[in-house]
Design a protein around this ligand. Sequence first.
Ligand code: CA
Length: 234
Amino acid sequence: MALHSRLLLLEDDPAIARTVAYALEREGLQVLHSLLLHDARQQMRAEAFDLLVLDVGLPDGSGLELLRELRHGGAAGLRTRASTPVLMLSAQGEEIDRVLGLELGADDYLAKPFSPRELAARVKALLRRAAVQAPAPARGAALQDDPVGQRIHLHGQPLALTRREYRLLACLLAGAGRIHARDTLLAAAWGNESESTDRTVDTHIKTLRAKLREADPARDYISTHRGMGYCLDL
Ligand code: CA
């Protein structure tokens, strides 16, 4: 989790807001507090927050409106990204809010009264998850080929690959999203005259997968298509 993550807290009850802000700040997070939906919307236009904690019942509307605008592009010009993690807060027993919140794309949900420590724990879990899923900043795809250096970077870090593994992965990457037959991969990595077999490809793919998983445990990059071959999914 990135330190100094910035959170927007939308909560019209000052006592709850104080308790929540205190619990989050103790974890090293920065909290910006809005009492009204209108103010929160202004803040989201001005800034790209790392996470939002939104109360449902507010004097000037519902936190669910803001969630809908964020996820479904209802509000133009928000600097806060549509994929920003959102934790909803609502009055006890408001089951309908919980269902609606999750349907609208809330990542987590807490009903009042809740323990500030639990809220802080859930916020941290959401931030960790977001950090794992996010692409490295200022880079397009997660995987980038450096043909001159004969290296491939994952999230900006070079993978430790053998020459064959590099050629295999570069071939898959160049045709990302397409299924590559073992013959194609064999030719790309070993050349046509090689003694190697399909089994060699399988073995190297296995090693590649292990290396990718070690560098990014959150997901699998290479999928197996039975009887057809392998595909790199970006
Ligand atoms: Ca409220």
